[in-house]
Design a protein around this ligand. Structure first.
Ligand code: TRP
Length: 456
């Protein structure tokens, strides 16, 4: 079977794919989520486990996910259905696609709220509000935003409209130029921030905080920390829900998947580490609490921008670039559901995107209300935003990832997977990959799961 193109369009080149996939991977997960989650678990040990998860679980699963997408050439649900048929397996594999749709809805609903914070901060930075801000001022400013449902709703709405518009036009157009220029710019700004942090912050402590693992500090939270570090790897690499799968379905059949994956995962990891190196020295120099939670960068960066010369402009540009990074990630979260509506319901692309975007927008309202008006409403002890974040990153994505690994490693014939990856069955890289998706990745995820719920 294997068609060579997708009805939804194709990337114009291998570079376009790398840019789009990197655009999906690099986002709030790197700059917002990575530092505060690492901070919640005391730094070094978390970072080390995170890096191991990226290398041993993330990279092989990303190869598997892109491979399945490219072979199926449809939305994740239909891709899994037709690949399962091709390999003589059960149509129940399409449930993997459905799980991804659910995860995508949940993630985008809170992602858009956080992207809304970022939008708000563009204007706060630009209007010089950060000048001379100390920790108390920055904290009060953040709390002012989060406790105001109307403002949160306005920004969330703007961000969802932005996302829906791009998906309605088709991801292959427009995305490319945004990523080609803005990603390197964000990268550069982060490097400048790291230098600034080295100059004005406590770089030595920040560096040590991130890179000298102390597992003893975790105590009884060891299992929880492992799960969070693994979840962060899945979240940051956009794995386990079909986003990277559908991006793979727009990739031409000749490009080397392994090579692309190394580049994408490498850049994603680099951005996360740079964000950490930019933030922790400032956090520690100002006596802030690294474990203060999701507000961490929004309470830290204003202090830095408020002190540096030209900080208003620099801060505004930084948050603009972060909005773009979030935007290119959000697009990849809305794409699988949109493609499915087009394939199975015969919707036009704009209508499909509008329907998907509206549902996410509604769900996002529950997230933003959980920060203020509904702060007493708890499910499993968490408000909606925290719950959606936890449930997706720590449960649904790793579960989706394991199923992808199992399908690619055990269900697919070796002839099919080797052919699609562009290796011979005997080659070292293929055998290493097979070992990782068959045994290592599933075993690690299952052990971390069992450990986190206290069974082992
Ligand atoms: N990886 C993105 C980030 O770090 C978020 C994201 C985009 C994502 N698409 C995804 C996360 C798919 C999980 C699954 O900001």
């Amino acid at each position: 079977m294997s068609s060579t193109t997708s009805i939804h369009g194709m990337w114009s080149s291998r570079l376009a794919f790398i840019l789009a996939a990197t655009g999906s991977a690099v986002g709030l997960g790197n700059v917002w989520r990575f530092p505060y989650t690492a901070g919640e678990y005391g730094g070094g040990a978390f970072v080390l486990v995170y890096l191991l998860c990226v290398a041993g679980i993330g990279i092989p699963i990303m190869m598997a996910e892109i491979m399945l997408g490219r072979r199926g050439r449809q939305s994740p649900i239909n891709t899994m259905k037709s690949l399962a048929r091709e390999e003589g397996s059960s149509p129940a594999w399409q449930l993997l696609g459905w799980m991804g749709i659910v995860a995508g809805f949940l993630i985008l609903s809170f992602y858009s709220v956080i992207a809304g914070w970022t939008l708000a901060y563009v204007f706060r930075a630009g209007s010089g509000l950060f000048a001379g801000a100390d920790a108390a001022v920055a904290q009060a400013m953040f709390e002012g935003l989060v406790s105001d449902p109307e403002r949160l709703l306005a920004w969330h709405t703007i961000f969802m409209v932005m996302t829906t518009l791009v998906v309605a036009r088709g991801v292959a157009s427009g995305l490319e130029s945004a990523v080609r220029w803005l990603m390197p710019a964000l990268f550069l700004l982060l490097v400048v921030m790291v230098f600034y942090a080295a100059e004005a912050g406590d770089f030595g402590s920040g560096f040590a905080y991130m890179f000298s693992p102390d597992f003893g500090k975790l105590g009884s939270r060891f299992g929880e920390a492992l799960l969070s570090a693994m979840g962060q790897a899945f979240f940051s690499l956009s794995l386990g829900m079909g986003a990277i799968m559908i991006y793979g379905s727009y990739l031409n059949s000749r490009a080397s998947i392994a090579q692309n994956v190394i580049i994408i995962a490498g850049m994603d990891t680099l951005v996360a580490l740079l964000a950490g190196l930019a933030i922790f020295p400032i956090v520690l120099a100002n006596g802030l609490e690294p474990g203060s939670g999701p507000g961490l960068i929004f309470q830290t960066l204003p202090i830095a921008f408020g002190q540096m010369p030209g900080g208003a402009l620099f801060g505004a540009v930084f948050f603009i670039l972060l909005v773009f990074a979030a935007w290119t990630s959000a697009i990849s979260l809305l794409e699988p559901i949109t493609a499915w509506l087009v394939e199975n319901r015969g919707f036009s692309r704009p209508r499909a995107a509008a329907l998907g975007g509206s549902l996410v927008w509604l769900l996002g309202i529950a997230c933003l209300l959980s920060l203020n008006v509904w702060s007493d409403v708890k499910v499993f002890g968490k408000g909606f935003l925290d719950l959606f974040d936890y449930l997706t990153a720590n449960v649904l994505l790793p579960l989706g990832g394991v199923l992808i690994a199992i399908f690619a490693g055990w269900i697919m014939r070796r002839a099919s997977s080797a052919d699609e990856l562009g290796f011979t069955e005997r080659s070292f890289v293929y055998r290493l990959w097979l070992l990782l998706v068959r045994f290592v990745a599933p075993a690690c995820v299952i052990i971390v799961f069992l450990n986190a719920i206290g069974l082992i």
